[in-house]
Design a protein around this ligand. Sequence first.
Ligand code: ARG
Ligand code: ZN
Length: 883
Amino acid sequence: KEIFLKDYKKPDYLFDTVDLEFQLGDEKTMVTSKIAVSPGNEGTSSPLALHGCDLKLLSIKINGTELKSDKYTVDPRHLTILTPPAGVFNMEIVTEIYPQLNTSLEGLYRSTGNFCTQCEAEGFRKITYFQDRPDVMAKYTCRIEGDKTLYPVLLSNGNLIEQGDLEGGKHYALWEDPFKKPCYLFALVAGQLECREDSFVTCSGRKVTLRIWTPAQDLPKTSHAMYSLKEAMKWDEEVFGLEYDLDLFNIVVVPDFNMGAMENKSLNVFQSRLVLASPEAATDGDYAAILGVIGHEYFHNWTGNRVTCRDWFQLTLKEGLTVFRDQEFSSDLGCRTVKRIADVSKLRSYQFPQDAGPMAHPIRPLSYIKMDNFYTGQLLFLGAEVVRMYKTMFGASGFRKGMDLYFQRHDGQAVTCEDFYAAMCDANNAHLPNFLQWYSQAGTPTVKVTSSYDEGSQAFSLKLSQEVPPTPGQPMKEPMFIPVAVGLVDSTGKDMPLTSIYSDGRVQTLSNDGHPIFTTVLQFKKNEEEFIFNNVPERPVPSLLRGYSAPIRLDSDLTESDLYFLLANDSDEFNRWEAGQILARKLMFSLVADFQQQKTLALNTKFVDGLRAILRSTSLDKEFIAKAITLPGQGEIMDMMSIADPDAVHAVRTFIKKELAFQLKDDLLAAVTSNRSSEAYAFNHDSVARRALKNTCLAYLASLNEPDVTELALNEYKCATNMTEQFAALAALSQNPGQVREDALLDFYNKWQQDYLVVSKWFALQATSDIPGNVANVQKLLAHPAFDMRNPNKVYSLIGGFCGSPVSFHAKDGSGYKFLGEVVLQLDKINPQVASRMVSAFSRWRRYDETRQALAKAQLEMIISANGLSENVYEIALKSLAA
Ligand code: ARG
Ligand code: ZN
């Protein structure tokens, strides 16, 4: 059933308090829910409809008396109380559930013997009958009863107010959460867990106990997560004045989890990969992801929990904002430019393609069948870009004022994206015309820029035009408000001071309390607009969209030599990287055309020289260098072609890599040797940057497949003392098919087979490989004893990884499509959320040639006609076929 934003209605009934009782058992779990209900509107007499799914109803009482069966109806999705009493009343519902059989990993389920919950978005209805919607906020208590040996630890939200032993080897714990919350933030965990404990004293002197719970053997691997949590708590106080509000904060680690983690009030639940780390077994990438996600979930305490969403259409209100906050946190603790580059690359490889396909949707969708299908990059990462634009417009202090006003107005409420917009604008006495279009229009805007210089009047003009492409259901688009940050670079490579600008029929003087300004933000809000810079003494090279000030595709008239000039000189490091990327994209396109016309490929020497200069730089950040010498991904290039050609793009990218490796070999070798270190592993920017550069260079070298570099990679592999370097060496060795590859992969597996997180990496490495005939390898790995369809992590590594390799997944004979089609149907029976994430790989099938289209379409048709398909997979398959 499709649900529409426009149909939103306030709930007829409010829940004031919810008292839950769980009797945990191996065969069945009994859930008693006592709710104090009050009418939402004066004099409501409508039926009270409660959501429910996979529940066995044992009894309902209203004000203490059993409700007769003719006073309610039950269907597979609801329990409806036909004529609830007028005014305030109590309701008690007892249900029975079977967590041990729940493989969907939503609601209450078991993971390696322990009980745990995942309620967002609509999983609470799998625990008990309830108005499962975020605008129903109540105070909760939760009493948990279970076997003391099997489940020594019993956790829920808030404060532990009572615990004790019971007969029959059982015990109980009673938790009380003093804050009102929607049911999606409810959590329960029970099992054999131990904790690392620490504490944090907040700015107002509250001492908070911090606990991270894992199986005993993993405790040593939680120190980085604890460090990250304390840093996050400090950062939120310093940057946003936001302080933690309880005396206890728990994090629990579970191996089986659909998403990354969950921000349940004071009881965050994480999948293992995002908490557990040791230098030997986790990479720098893992360490960074842990820092970011621990921050993310912690930051939700204010942006998500204290102020939540009115309905699920507003999801970006909490996710976009919280992703923005975690990006800023990671930037402040690491390197801002490098973090920005990583985030923008992700946007280009995943969000832009999705926004140009059948699943395109605005960050506030208009309708959904399964909300879980809308935890997309659009809502999260594009949503974060929209939040970032407020900061770009209002500056850090204006943004902070807007946040302060948002909390002042809405603490304890369930609100909408307009409420956030209003707080931002009101706090800054501003109005941003057309800005709200970012919430309602799908599709990536393209902005064209043409420049001209008039020597006589010393005026430099930028003419901007924008176009938002049609997307499903939205043929016509309105212009958007686009902040374009611009600087003008003079012929010596220095930024020119900007004095005044003419637009909209008026002149604006640019100054910052008498200090010169070097970057200004143009407010571009019409289909076409011209901005004229005055007092420009010579023709400048414009540095456009500095720091990637808006999530758009930029199409400028900068020449190749302008771009090489910016690559070498721009004071905005992001735009130095960007200039290199634009040059690389141009190069790749022209080589793809050559490849398709069967011409010999040749690499332009200016490009090689540009990258050599970057590689040799001693002043640039090493991680920046690593990013700057990395070519745009295959997906990004295919996304920009009229008919995506995975074979051509792969061939060209491989050719450029090899050719660069060949021509830059000495510099690459020097970078590998000079960036070795014998120091103990540390996760700090300098060490991370050093390893990033060394590993990127090693990957280039390995593409040559020459004996001396193989020797080098083998040596790196053997000598590595941390996973970052060991895994990079393994990846280098496994680039080329052959015995060396096989031996290395086997050796690695034998070393690490006890550690399932490392084994997941091993799966992913093989799954994403571009070696010929990889479909068969991946098929074989499905039967590997370490693989398990029920564990989302392993599915994302192996199946998700496979779909991320265009040459294998889009194999011309359709073998990749057939493989995925079969896997999706198998997965759907186990876990619809995971199956639906996998099926999305098909959604862009129309972008390919006719042969591939027919093959992919056949798989989608096969899937959609299968019996007993979940709504999750159905929605994606349906929309992919329709568009
Ligand atoms: N709110 C969670 C986070 O920010 C996302 C989890 C959503 N889970 C789901 N199954 N839809 O990390
Ligand atoms: Zn989130």
